[in-house]
Design a protein around this ligand. Sequence first.
Ligand code: S3P
Length: 450
Amino acid sequence: MSGHGPVFPMTARRAGPLTGMAAVPGDKSISHRALILGALAVGETRISGLLQGQDVLDTARAMRAVGAEVTDHGGGNWSVHGVGVGGFAEPDNVIDCGNSGTGVRLIMGAMATSPITATFTGDASLRSRPMGRITAPLAQFGAQAFGRTGGRLPMTVVGAAAPVPVRYTLPVASAQVKSAVLLAGLNAMGDTVVIEPELTRDHTERMLAGFGAQVTVEDTDAGRVIAVTGFPELEPQTIVVPRDPSSAAFPVAAALIVEGSDVLVPNIGLNPTRAGLFTTLIEMGADLTFENERDEGGEPVADLRARFSPDLSGVEVPPERAPSMIDEFPILSVVAANATSKTVMRGVKELRVKESDRIDAMARGLEACGVTVDEEPDMLTVHGLGPGGVPGGATCEARLDHRIAMSFLCCGMAAKRPVGVDDASPIATSFPAFEALMSGLGAGLDRAGG
Ligand code: S3P
């Protein structure tokens, strides 16, 4: 069974300062990729620090369904006994990817060049998201896809029996699309090439190289050109998953806006294709420092220290930075509401096709909390009310979106009156320990309306 359990509301109120250490879970993007590449290698891949959120558990189940042996050894330690490139078996039932766009899109890519047929579905959020962005390049390999109107799940993908390599320029800045094409290219003879005009997270390229695939990356005037050579023998790896910067964003942001706070968030992956939020927060005047900077398992890592920052001021986020902080705009808009002057976020239309329409979800919820926002198809502007200035006193819709739920709860930790979400259950997709961790820092979180 996938899904994130029964609906339950949660409310956040002002309490004392947030202090202490926030050990956030493993990186979601890297966890999905570790399971999928482990399943495509021959032999046993060992993974530590795997995110045990529902999204990743759904991917683990899907890898079992295509024949990999996936074992949970406890404490975030997992092993995957892979079946090799081209070795996926046909699943004997529908693959349910729950809430996870990354899971379904990467798995579709990984199976699209094998002669198997698989049917995919997900929860109401995932069933509303566009899959045409994946099926268009996969069709070029020779795969076929039959979904609902608008390329929505449930969808059946018939893998190509005689796949040909593809050269594909990304029409949207999407690491999921890039990754699906690269994974499909593994089982096509010759070089599959992806050109990305705007840089997106590069975990797939890094990990493919780590598993021994032949991958080249070249920066050109047309953008970054990534090529993978088909039919590699992927070698099993030992993977240490860094902690997720997208999850770190919540205790960091909460510490910046809750008076007197001082929080240390250790071991955070700071891959430059993911770190745009932290750059933006520092531009706003955040007291945020990077301690103990180092390299772990091919990814840059540091400990983040965030302290209450009473002098935050609004900024214009450059549109070219959007892909490196695409999942962090909801929590940035909460920080922006606690800054002076306005924060303008442009080039953010991809937010409309995430787990929810995140521009609309944040705009409506912030308005309900007494914050003025301006919304355009590709832009969100938040008019800051200064430190502790958000009136609050509202219950916001989470819309099956973990990051929307966590953002409004962080908002409530600093607002004058409590802020609730109608359903906190989706938080389990990426950050199952959110409630315990934030309460441990001193946050005032209450279940069921508070
Ligand atoms: C992800 C890519 C991003 C991001 C998602 C994770 C990934 O999606 O929003 O949470 O792991 O590749 P897009 O590829 O749609 O931008």
